[in-house]
Design a protein around this ligand. Structure first.
Ligand SMILES: [Zn+2]
Length: 314
């Protein structure tokens, strides 16, 4: 089944050290923004960044890195979240059955193919070939603070006389100076992702590939480039004032070289790398690649680009 130089699935398990960020938040009530909080199996509460955030960043990078935007459907060409379900475009996909509609949607758009979509009519859905879990703070290794900031108004930096005059003229209807509270977090975070290249171009209604090998390979390379772009810096919320300090990244990539699912173990466990290595050795057909820096991770993604991608028939 394995020829040692082909890719079926890829999993990424990593610990990233991000300082002084606020990449994902619960929301804002009044003038207080609450950070994302998740609860682990142990009952411990931790800091988190949602998989939705990482998936959105990955899809954005696919859009950014694809020079020819005609490779996208109209909605994806302008990053509209409806994807293939955009009403005008959906009408152009009509076919004699759901199989044909799905085939057209996959063929027409690399983002719909790679990241999936949900269509209302006909009611069909495509599952993403790229998945992300929560990025979660390792207990005892993350910190959170709420900082007080203030928006200052030039108009309120007036002399006493000017203020008195303005008040008399009833010009100061609403105070433009406003205090607000925002979270800042630092920590070592566990991150997991799964990529299933064998499903690129695969219509999973009739299990037929609708793309040739070259087109599937091009989309595979585009997805790997988007992974690279997503890790070059930490992206997410509040980066205009809390651009994350990326201090370190280390982890392991497992590559399935035959039609067997690749393992995904949580880097919340200190032993995750040795456990993945042991699993791969026992199973066979799974290669593991460790990295201790961003440069090493980038090199692994580049090395994977030259591999052939398998389909489920092999
Ligand atoms: Zn699309």
């Amino acid at each position: 089944m394995s020829n040692g130089d082909s890719i079926f699935e890829i999993s990424l398990m990593a610990r990233v050290t991000w300082d002084l960020h606020s990449l994902n938040n619960e929301g804002t009530v009044g003038n207080v923004t609450e950070p994302r909080t998740v609860v682990l199996a142990s009952g411990q509460k931790s800091d988190g960044v949602s998989g939705e955030m990482l998936k959105h960043i990955h899809s954005y990078n696919i859009w950014l890195l694809e020079a020819d935007k005609s490779h996208f459907c109209p909605a994806c060409a302008c990053l509209h979240p409806q994807r293939a379900d955009e009403p005008k475009y959906r009408k152009t996909l009509s076919g004699k059955d759901n199989i044909e509609v799905m085939s057209k949607a996959i063929k027409n758009c690399s983002l719909c193919d790679l990241h999936g979509f949900l269509m209302q009519e006909p009611p069909i859905n495509r599952r993403s070939t790229i998945e992300f879990g929560w990025v979660v703070g390792i207990p005892e290794h993350f910190h959170r603070e709420i900082h007080l900031h203030a928006r200052h108004s030039q108009t309120e930096r007036q002399t006493k006389e000017q203020r008195a005059e303005a008040e008399q003229e009833e010009q100061r209807e609403v105070s433009a100076q406003m205090p607000y509270h925002r979270p800042t977090r630092s920590g070592i975070y566990a991150l997991v992702s799964l990529f299933q290249p064998w499903r690129i171009g695969l219509n999973e209604i009739n299990y037929e590939y609708v793309l040739g090998a070259d087109d599937r390979k091009a989309r595979y390379c585009l997805a790997l480039e988007a992974y690279k772009a997503g890790f070059m810096r930490a992206d997410g919320a509040m980066t205009s004032t809390r651009l994350a300090h990326v201090e370190a990244i280390e982890g392991i990539i497992a590559v399935s070289e035959c039609n067997f699912p690749v393992p995904v173990l949580s880097p919340l466990r200190d032993s995750y790398k040795s456990e993945v290595e042991a699993l791969a050795k026992k199973q066979g057909g799974i290669k593991v690649l460790t990295f201790a820096s961003l440069a090493q991770l980038m090199q692994i993604w580049d090395d994977l680009k030259v591999k052939a991608i398998l389909d489920f028939k092999k």
